[in-house]
Design a protein around this ligand. Structure first.
Ligand SMILES: Cc1cc2nc3c(=O)[nH]c(=O)nc-3n(C[C@H](O)[C@H](O)[C@H](O)COP(=O)(O)OP(=O)(O)OC[C@H]3O[C@@H](n4cnc5c(N)ncnc54)[C@H](O)[C@@H]3O)c2cc1C
Length: 620
């Protein structure tokens, strides 16, 4: 979109064009409230802003599938899905929200089918479903085929289908525009209200203030907090940081899911199927160590159990170095796929086979493959209710933020608790994204008055951002601009991001303790934050200067990292994906509660909603 086409006022702006953002846009346009407005001759102004071209959103990387109790292979029941979701989340799940997720899942998947998702099919033409870890029949009795899939490309299918529907509906996109500020004001009572956004058009380098009565944050996760991650480069926690910078809180942000088999050096996911088909994990001594940690389950124990066991081997000095960096740290273990043979690898694990060959330069039929746990999913995020409305928590109560919504991985509706069940996150993004769009439409229909004066704060924020970006560009060392040498200046955003990733990996990946968390917090305050403040660009060109957005991204990561460390330190227990070596047991008496933390780092505790299923001890 060219700046000329940009209006300064929108009824709603959706930030993010992955499954959540696109679902919100479609939910809005297809709602009864929107139809009624159209019938009255009123056409609300809606804009979707994305820092990437929409089809590059991380949603497109999802392989496995999307969960719903369709019962196409065998009998299934949404109550069983609900139970599995709660149990998988180690009882930190709000059960009323998870009930919505499980009950509305079949309708959501059928809706995706109607939108064009080319699901794999059964012989009888119904949507095919596969087994997935943690999905069971009859409340944990036996595995059930619940995950609808499209070969190993479900995310690609969903992203393309939703985007095409948006194009058909003539949704306006501002592509490769970076949202740098969320503007929220407070009335005399302290109640928060959204006023709009500040955006950087990366094509031209121009900054714009956008006045909006309603904003949806659908910016995805924050996997880039860790050096080893399955997440794409854009997942820098922007929406979470925007909320924090606007004075709001994050919920349960200490819970990050690690997948045990990330390809070393890259973090790229090697599917669980590799172990399902017979791959074995070995330490430096060639020992098949999982038998020691999880007798009876071995390599196929729960993801967090396998990840912790790998880290324990590394900590005990039985790790191996990545063959690409033989003198580097011995922080990997081997995945041994050799016994499967080339034919089986090619026919049953083609993605794994090709990924190892292309990205590690190894032949899995003959070589051991170095792997380490990889940061995969952010369970916590911006706190929302069932219709996507963002709230703050104080004095023991929820207070809504007028006009602000969130959806998808950046949000926390509390359906994943302390550990997400596989195939539940695409479902969360599509289902709660659609609900958000509908409630947005109802709100737009109700409000017609535009309070022009209130938008002054947006213009002021835009002016501040414009000056800040000019300062970043003006700080570019002249010789660097001439030579294009990114190292001519002392420091840069990419180096800082790598240092933060390494620090977070040491302090908080898979396991942590008070000491590791507080040391990392101190290092951020002492070293990384001052470095982030000093960063400047290395070229003074405003157009397409990716370093400018990288500087804002690393600053966002730092803000989120601080809250993650604070919340993890305040939780004196181990639950789901969070393992505290100094508090190894779950403590329902004190911590069956959601952490709520803002930029002040004060951690408050919000009760968990338990309706039908009281907590049980965890069985591995
Ligand atoms: C490798 C991999 C495999 C996975 N497999 C599965 C699976 O099989 N099943 C499953 O259920 N889940 C899976 N997941 C998780 C799931 O894919 C994600 O949780 C989900 O797709 C997130 O969707 P989203 O819309 O919230 O975010 P995303 O798809 O990440 O989209 C984020 C959007 O926000 C925009 N954005 C971000 N910051 C800004 C900013 N500052 N300004 C403007 N725009 C911004 C981006 O441009 C992008 O459009 C997988 C994840 C990964 C990484």
């Amino acid at each position: 979109m060219s700046p000329k086409q940009l209006e300064t006022h929108y009824d709603a702006v959706i930030v993010g064009a992955g499954a959540a953002g696109l679902s919100a846009a479609l939910g809005l346009l297809r709602s009864e409230a929107y139809e009624a407005m159209r019938a009255e001759g009123r056409e609300p102004d809606i804009l979707v802003v994305s820092k990437l071209q929409p089809l590059r959103s991380h949603t497109g990387s999802a392989e496995g599938g999307i969960a719903a109790s369709l019962g196409n292979i065998e009998h299934d029941d949404w109550h069983w899905h609900l139970y599995d979701t709660i149990k998988g989340g180690d009882w930190l799940v709000d059960q009323d929200m998870a009930a919505i997720l499980a009950e509305e899942a079949p309708r959501t998947v059928i809706g995706l089918e109607h939108d064009g998702v080319a699901f794999s099919r059964n012989e009888d033409g119904t949507i095919a479903q596969r087994l997935f870890g943690g999905h069971t029949a009859r409340f944990g009795e036996q595995p059930v085929h619940r995950t609808a899939y499209a070969a190993d490309r479900i995310g690609h299918q969903i992203l393309h289908s939703l985007w095409q529907q948006c194009v058909k509906e003539r949704v306006r996109f501002a592509e490769e525009w970076y949202v740098s500020d969320l503007v929220v004001t407070r009335g005399d009572s302290g109640a928060a209200k959204v006023r709009g956004l500040v955006v950087l058009d990366t094509h031209s380098g121009k900054v714009h203030g956008i006045h909006a009565d309603n904003v949806v944050l659908a910016t995805g996760g924050a996997g880039r907090l860790f050096h080893t991650t399955s997440n794409s480069w854009d997942l820098t926690g922007d929406g979470m940081a925007l909320a924090l910078e606007a004075g709001l809180q994050l919920e349960d942000i200490e819970f990050v899911q690690f997948h045990p088999t990330g390809l070393a050096h890259t973090g790229i996911l090697l599917s669980e199927a590799a172990r399902g088909e017979g791959g074995r994990l070995l330490n430096a001594d060639g020992e098949h160590f999982m038998d020691r940690y999880a007798p009876g389950h071995g390599d196929l124990a729960a993801r967090d159990v396998v990840s912790r066991s790998i880290m324990a081997e590394v900590d005990a000095g039985r790790g191996v170095a990545d063959p690409k960096d033989p003198d580097g740290p011995k922080d990997c273990v081997w995945l041994d796929l050799r016994a499967l043979g080339r034919d089986t690898l090619k026919s049953k694990l083609p993605e794994v086979y090709e990924t190892v060959r292309q990205y590690a330069g190894l032949d899995p039929a003959e070589d051991l493959v170095p792997i380490k746990p990889t940061a995969h999913y952010t369970m916590g995020g911006i706190p929302i209710g069932a219709d996507g409305n963002v709230y703050e928590f104080s004095d023991g109560a929820r207070h809504g933020v007028d006009g602000l919504f969130a959806a998808g991985e950046c949000s926390c509706v509390s359906v994943h608790g302390a550990n997400r069940l596989g195939a539940n996150s695409l479902l969360d993004a599509c289902l709660f994204g659609t609900r958000t769009g509908r409630s947005l439409a109802a709100r737009i229909a109700e409000s017609r008055d535009v309070d022009e004066d209130a938008y002054q704060t947006v213009d002021e924020a835009a002016t501040r951002r414009e000056h800040a970006i000019k300062a970043l560009l003006a700080g570019a060392p002249q010789d660097a601009a001439d030579t294009g040498d990114a190292d001519a200046g002392a420091d840069n955003a990419y180096r800082l991001m790598a240092d933060l990733g390494a620090l977070m990996e040491r302090a908080a990946a898979v396991r942590c303790s008070h000491d590791t968390l507080t040391e990392a917090q101190a290092a951020i305050e002492r070293d990384l934050l001052p470095r982030a403040e000093r960063l400047t660009a290395h070229s003074d060109t405003a157009a397409f200067n990716q370093e400018v957005t990288a500087i804002m991204e690393v600053r966002h990561l730092l803000v989120v990292a601080q809250t993650m460390l604070s919340a993890a330190d305040a939780r004196h227990e181990s639950r789901g994906a969070l393992f505290r070596t100094d508090y190894p047991s779950r403590d329902d008496g004190r911590f069956l509660a959601h952490s709520m933390v803002g930029k002040s780092q004060e951690v408050l505790w919000q009760p968990v909603t338990i309706t039908d299923y009281p907590p049980k001890a965890r069985a591995y």
